[in-house]
Write a new protein. Sequence first.
Lengths: 112, 113
Amino acid sequence: GQQVMQIPQYQHVQEGEDFTTYCNSSTTLSNIQWYKQRPGGHPVFLIQLVKSGEVKKQKRLTFQFGEAKKNSSLHITATQTTDVGTYFCAGPKSGGSYIPTFGRGTSLIVHP
Amino acid sequence: DAGVIQSPRHEVTEMGQEVTLRCKPISGHNSLFWYRQTMMRGLELLIYFNNNVPIDDSGMPEDRFSAKMPNASFSTLKIQPSEPRDSAVYFCASSLVGVYGYTFGSGTRLTVV
């Protein structure tokens, strides 16, 4: 089945610095989703990307889907302490499946 | 909308005991997922139901685990007998097929001693 790999596993930043997490797949993805999980919380859906080369923005968050639809990134500009948490990407388990398979996540630690 | 509701929030049980986790999906959602989260293995899919029918249970660890969805508004995940290695946070998530995003419940933190 489909597997998505995420890097880095952890990222420490000073408040105000930028942050990027990357998601890679060995096969083409029909779509990719991003979730955020606060410490002690549950994953919360952020966005889904479907089109090759797609870029979407949510305030300070920018999501990109690669041209080959095998990779994606999440970039946060000027991090804040409220950005702390683990960011997961999820791709379909296989082909046109509706079952999301999650990457291991990138834990963001923001130092004030 | 109350979201996906899971109970209990925390469960501590002794090895060998039966554990039942419960989930109420969002009304109108036709897909339900059970995930397990641990530091070692991350978020693992256990089972996926569509319209109350189990579609993919390839992630269910072994026969000690069973899941049911008797109707559109309720699902259970049962572990019998429980073992310490089952300690994890178990999440239920629901969605409407074809609509973006999956909504997770708050999870059940299971500790087996």
